[in-house]
Design a protein around this ligand. Structure first.
Ligand code: MTE
Ligand code: MO
Length: 394
């Protein structure tokens, strides 16, 4: 038998399969997951390796035959859809990155303190530079890409007939619970129990790529990812993509949903009245290889690999610096480069001289936005800063 140091897969020796970092409840059911996305090949995160995030409590699953999605509010013709009725409408498939606003959050504190050790005042137990590849750290690996199949939300709204007064669409999940201690810090009005909901501005609701999906990566959605029907809002932070969707309410205003006004916002302090709603993701590139904890590299040709994505459009450029940001050169962008998906990139680096290097990457999107876009904010949402990788060449 060939000596492949891995696992037996389908009866044959194979590479070691990756796994995600899972948190389970007392019954062994998954309630949280972080994706080993920096170790993956290709563009689509395998479903088993996706991240999982819930704000309230995991609901009990609903039998697909019993599922109902209601469309109500400022419409001419309120109606309900079962899953099989939804599947009879013209469908489409959208490939996209979804990222939790909190992913990489600790880099904000690390960067704000000038990259010093023991800098994290929010979770003092953490020391030094966070490692993007260490999934045991909080806030790591909360990003994945996927191929979602569903129906444009705009088509459903069209069927219902929007009133001229329509301004927002409140999407509600059937999961219920109380926001966590962390989420209620600074919140003025905390409900005892609530359904997860978000109120999408009409313009984004009518984007044909905003869909109500029932399938992911060629299979029916799984319970943890919001089965049987889920909203997907490509380009915007993961928290907009409401799972376990059971109600769409068209409103003549933007409803002050808890996770819109009290948690997913940008501000300088929790007391600040001046809050900006978190919507589109920033422009982000990360280096997946080499890594801070790698052994010293031998002199000669090296390849720097990474991923880049943006909430506003396809990636048009990635540049790499090996001298800590003094000079930059273009990386090669690998095809395909899709609107909502991440782009893989690579950079051939001829490391001629031994020494210590700071390797950095910087992305630009087709809307001409350059990394970074998101400033430090008290809740540390949507980190898209440039993090150098420390590499030694011998
Ligand atoms: N109904 C409902 N939808 C939800 C959430 C939730 O708690 N309840 N969490 C949101 C957040 S914060 C994120 S990042 C994504 C995570 O989606 P995933 O678990 O499928 O990766 O779902 C969003 N949709
Ligand atoms: Mo999230």
């Amino acid at each position: 038998m060939p000596d492949i140091k891995g696992e037996m897969v389908m009866g044959w020796p194979d590479r070691k399969r990756l796994s995600n970092q899972l948190t389970t409840d007392r019954q062994g059911r998954v309630i949280d997951g972080r994706s080993p996305f920096t170790d993956l090949e290709g563009l689509i995160t395998p479903t088993d390796l996706r991240y999982v995030k819930i704000q309230l409590e995991m609901p009990e699953p609903i039998h697909p035959d019993d599922s109902r999605l209601s469309i109500e509010g400022q419409v001419n013709q309120p109606f309900e859809l079962t899953l099989s009725e939804l599947q009879k409408l013209p469908a489409k498939t959208v490939r996209m990155v979804t990222e939790c606003s909190g992913s990489d959050a600790h880099f904000f504190e690390w960067q704000r303190s000038g990259g010093q050790e023991n800098s994290c005042d929010v979770h003092p137990s953490e020391e030094g530079k966070p490692s993007r590849h260490d999934l045991t750290q909080p806030h790591m690996g909360q990003v994945s890409s996927g191929e979602f199949t569903g129906v444009s939300l705009s088509l459903i709204l069209e069927k219902a007939g929007l009133n001229a007064s329509a301004v927002g669409v409140r999407a509600e999940g059937f999961d219920r619970g109380r926001p966590s201690e962390q989420a209620i810090q600074g919140a003025s009005d905390v409900p005892e129990e609530m359904n997860y909901d978000k109120c999408l501005p009409l313009e984004k609701a009518l984007d044909p790529d905003t869909i109500v999906a029932w399938a992911l990566n060629g299979e029916y959605l799984r319970h943890v990812h919001g089965a049987p029907m889920r909203l997907l809002v490509p380009g915007w932070s993961g928290n907009w993509s409401v799972k376990w969707l059971h109600r769409l309410e068209v409103l003549d205003h933007i409803a002050p949903c808890f996770y819109q006004t009290e948690y997913f916002f940008y501000a300088d302090s929790l007391e600040a009245k001046d809050r900006t709603m978190v919507t589109a993701m920033g422009v982000k590139s990360i280096i997946t290889d080499p890594r801070d904890d790698d052994q010293p590299l031998p002199r000669g040709e090296q390849v720097v690999h990474g991923l880049a994505w943006s909430g506003y459009g396809a990636i048009s450029r990635v540049e790499v610096s090996v001298d800590g940001g003094v000079s930059w050169e273009d990386a090669h962008l690998e095809e395909p480069r899709e609107r909502w998906l991440w782009t893989r990139w690579s950079y051939r680096w001829n490391a001629r001289e031994p020494g210590d290097y700071k390797v950095m990457s910087r992305a630009t999107d087709e809307a001409a936005r350059q990394q970074p876009q998101i400033e430090w904010n008290v809740l540390r949402k949507n980190f898209d800063g440039i993090i150098p990788v420390d590499v030694t060449v011998t």
